[in-house]
Design a protein around this ligand. Structure first.
Ligand code: HEC
Length: 351
C-alpha cells in the first residue's frame, strides 16, 4: 500500500517534466487555442458556486457561535490504520463530499462527515428540524428524504463510527452493513446510487477508521487549510491513478465523482475565504472549478471509448500546477479567513 502512494507521489512529481514535453510537440498550438477558448468560456459556464450567501455552509448546523467556531478550527481525531491506501482515500473523499448526498442534505452542503466528523461523531450538530439537542439527528425525517422520510420526530445521538463496539452493525464486511449504507445514501439522504467502486471505498474507509488505532482517540486535532486540502490532494492522487492504470469501465464515473467533489471543496474554500474577499483568489477558485467541470463533468459517458474517458497526464499536470499555486495563495490569506478563530468570532458576533 505504501509503495502505491509512493509511486503516486513520484508520478505526481514527474508530471511537470512530462507536461513540458507535451507542450513543445506539434500539437502545442492546438493545446494553446484550447486553453484560450477555455479561458473565454470561464465567464459563461456554470461555476457551480452558490450565489445567495458566502458564509461557510457548516455554520448552519450548529446552535451556538462557540460550536460554530470550534467546528472551524478543530475536529475529532481520525484514527486510520496506517498506511492509508488509495481505496481508503477515495472512501474518505466520498464520505466528506456533499455530492454523495442528494435532496435537502446535498443542497445544504451536508456530507456524511458533517454528522460523523473525521468518521467519528459530532456532539455539537444541531439542525432545528432534525435535532432535539446538540449531537442528535433524526435521519429518517422527511426534511432530508422524500422517499424514506417518516412523520415521527425521533432524533438519535450521532454515533462515533470509529468506536466499533458501540455500534449496532459492527462488521463492515457484512451484508447488513451494505444494506445500511445503501439505505443511508439512497433513501435517507436522497442520493443517487453510488458507483460501486465509490460505494466499496466508503466501506473501506469506515473499516480502516477505528479508535483502537489512535493513542489519544478523544483528543481533538486542529482543522486548518492544510487538513481541508486533503480533499484536493487525494482527488489528484485518484485521478492520477486512473490516468496511469489499465482502463476500467468505472473510470469515468469515478473521475466525475472525484472532480465534482473537488469542485465542492473549491466552493467550500470560496466560502471560508469570504471574510475579506480577495478578487484574484475568487477568480482563480471559480476558474479552477470550471476547469474541473469542463475536463471531467461535461464529458459524455456513452460516446466515449474507455481509453478516451481516462484523464490525460498532460491535462492533469497542468491542473496540478495551478492547484499548487492556488494552495500557496490560500496559505498566504489563511489568517484573514474563517480559519482564523479571532476573525471568525468577530464576524459571527456581527450576525
Ligand atoms: C444528519 C446527520 C447524519 C448524516 C449526514 C449521516 N449520518 Fe450516519 N447516523 C446519524 C445518526 C443520528 C445515526 C444513528 C441512527 C440510529 O441510531 O437509528 C447514524 C448512524 C449511522 C451508522 C450506523 C451505526 C451503527 O450503529 O451501526 C452508519 C454506518 C452511518 N451512520 C454512516 C453514515 C454514512 C456513510 C453517511 C453518509 C452517507 C452518514 N452516516 C450520514 C447521523 C447522520
Amino acid at each position: 500500500m505504501l509503495s502505491e502512494i509512493q509511486c503516486l507521489t513520484r508520478s505526481l512529481r514527474a508530471l511537470p517534466k512530462l507536461g513540458a514535453r507535451a507542450f513543445f510537440t506539434p500539437t502545442a498550438s492546438r493545446f494553446v487555442s484550447l486553453w484560450v477558448a477555455a479561458f473565454l468560456l470561464v465567464r459563461f459556464v456554470d461555476i457551480g458556486f452558490a450565489h445567495e450567501s458566502r458564509k461557510p455552509s457548516e455554520l448552519s448546523w450548529f446552535k451556538t457561535s462557540d460550536a460554530q467556531i470550534d467546528s472551524l478550527v478543530s475536529r475529532p481525531r481520525e484514527c486510520l490504520k496506517l498506511p492509508v491506501s488509495l481505496e481508503v482515500r477515495l472512501g474518505r473523499l466520498a464520505f466528506k463530499s456533499p455530492r454523495l448526498l442528494g435532496g435537502q442534505a446535498g443542497r445544504m452542503g451536508l456530507s456524511c462527515d458533517s454528522c460523523h466528523r473525521s468518521g467519528r461523531d459530532n456532539q455539537d450538530f444541531f439542525i432545528e428540524q432534525l435535532s432535539d439537542r446538540p449531537g442528535t439527528a433524526d435521519i429518517s425525517h422527511h426534511f432530508l428524504s422524500s422517499a424514506g422520510g417518516d412523520q415521527v420526530f425521533n432524533p438519535k445521538p450521532i454515533p462515533d463510527l470509529a468506536n466499533r463496539l458501540a455500534l449496532k452493525v459492527q462488521d463492515n464486511d457484512s451484508q447488513a452493513f451494505s444494506e445500511l449504507l445503501v439505505r443511508l445514501i439512497e433513501v435517507e439522504f436522497d442520493g443517487q446510487a453510488a458507483n460501486e467502486r465509490v460505494f466499496e471505498s466508503i466501506r473501506s474507509y469506515l473499516g480502516a477508521n477505528d479508535v483502537t488505532h489512535c493513542a489519544q482517540a478523544n483528543v481533538d486535532e486542529p482543522r486548518s487549510l492544510e487538513s481541508d486540502w486533503i480533499m484536493i490532494e487525494d482527488g489528484f492522487n485518484i485521478l492520477q491513478t486512473l490516468a496511469t492504470q489499465a482502463p476500467a469501465s468505472s473510470d469515468l464515473a469515478v473521475a466525475k465523482f472525484v472532480a465534482s467533489s473537488m469542485r465542492a471543496q473549491l466552493e467550500s474554500f470560496y466560502r471560508l475565504y469570504s471574510l475579506q474577499p480577495n478578487k484574484e483568489l475568487d477568480l482563480e477558485l471559480k476558474s479552477l472549478s470550471s476547469v474541473l467541470q469542463r475536463n471531467f463533468l461535461a464529458r459524455e459517458d456513452a460516446s466515449e471509448s474507455k481509453l478516451k474517458a481516462k484523464p490525460s497526464i498532460a491535462m492533469l499536470e497542468h491542473m496540478v500546477l495551478r492547484f499548487t499555486a492556488l494552495k500557496r495563495q490560500l496559505q498566504r490569506l489563511e489568517l484573514s479567513s474563517y480559519y482564523n478563530q479571532k476573525l471568525a468570532r468577530q464576524a459571527l458576533k456581527r450576525h
